[in-house]
Design a protein around this ligand. Structure first.
Ligand SMILES: O=C(O)C(=O)C[C@]1(C(=O)O)C=C[C@@H](O)C=C1
Length: 324
């Protein structure tokens, strides 16, 4: 497992009660267990991503772990939309979990006997190719998570004969593994975020990400280009950009963006201020340590020192200094 589990600077100091997409045994719980102290903390399973986030908003938990992005299947829209639209949620940490799936049933059976499979839609999307190649005319029955699907198979609560789930949950529930390593792309990773109510922004570590929601002005040619220029001229690298409908009508979109850097860095703060001038609806959704700890390379011309020197120079001009 990768992630930021061991560095105490990354610990959300206040969080003692956590919600997560449950039940126990989901990949989301594995992501939560990377958070220092979470293994000993109270962990409350939620039936969906919005349910987990509502528990944070209502103050029932300090933070919730939810999936946001998969390296094969892309963004988890339920999370992107809920975090972007809610006004009382900030991302304070992220975790990365390597993903591998098994096909598991309550009793040993040949693959030809599997007529229907249940799992989470994101998991199904990652094994669809394998299923088409190995299962005859199989039907997909969606479940709220991979662990929920495994539980339904165990208790006979579904008309499916098998579940797509993690090897760990299949073992924990005593299910029979009919096939393993069934993911279409090996080495897939899902990214999860720990979301809490707004508070102090986690300290800058030098290897951080910042998440933003930016509603793009609809009526201006080149608006996206202007937006991107704010980042590029300040050497700010974007590592994810997705457009999502605002729900306000056809053609109305916001951009969900992750960038490399922390809002406490001048180049990031200045880029955000620049965006704010043309898109005042921009929302800051958190600066937090990167799970992979990869520090960004900041060139001298966009370093904090360069911004400070430039500001001092302007200050001198305004103040009437002789050196201009
Ligand atoms: O169902 C689970 O176990 C989850 O944690 C959800 C989820 C997701 O939403 O992407 C997490 C990781 C996998 O990519 C498949 C499903």
């Amino acid at each position: 497992m990768t992630g930021d589990a061991t560095d105490p600077r990354h610990r959300p100091a206040h969080a003692a009660r956590y919600a997560y997409l449950g039940p126990s045994g989901t990949f989301t719980e594995a992501a939560l267990l990377q958070v220092p102290g979470a293994a000993e903390a109270e962990r409350l399973p939620a039936s969906s991503v919005p349910a987990a986030l509502s528990m944070v908003e209502r103050g029932e938990v300090d933070a919730a772990m939810v999936p946001i992005e998969n390296s094969v299947e892309g963004g988890v829209t339920a999370t992107l939309d809920a975090v972007s639209v809610a006004h009382r949620l900030h991302i304070v940490a992220e975790s990365l979990v390597p993903i591998s799936f098994v096909l598991a049933a309550a009793a040993p059976m040949p693959l030809e006997g599997v007529r229907a499979v249940t799992t989470h839609t994101h998991a199904w999307a990652q094994v669809r190719g394998w299923a088409e190649g190995h299962l005859d005319d199989v039907e997909f029955l969606p479940s709220s998570s991979t662990a929920a699907a495994a539980g339904e198979i165990l208790r006979g609560e579904t008309s499916a004969q098998a579940a797509v789930c993690s090897p760990l949950v299949a073992e924990q529930l005593g299910l029979h593994v009919l096939a393993e390593g069934i993911e279409d792309v090996s080495g897939a990773v899902t990214r999860f975020v720990l979301v809490s109510r707004p508070g102090p922004v986690p300290e800058m570590t030098g290897a951080d990400k910042t998440t933003l929601m930016i509603p793009l002005p609809q009526d201006r040619a080149g608006a996206l280009m202007e937006l991107l220029e704010q980042f590029s001229t300040r050497g700010v690298n974007l590592c994810r950009i997705e457009s999502r409908p605002t729900g306000g009508g056809l053609g109305q979109y916001f951009f969900s963006i992750d960038l490399e850097g922390h809002v406490a860095e001048s180049r990031v703060a200045e880029a955000l201020a620049g965006v704010h001038r043309s898109a005042p609806g921009i929302r800051f959704l958190g600066s937090y340590p990167r799970a992979d700890r990869r520090s960004q390379h900041v060139t001298d011309d966009v370093s904090d020192a360069a911004f400070a020197a430039a500001e001092q120079w302007i200050g001198g001009i305004v103040g009437g200094a002789s050196e201009r």
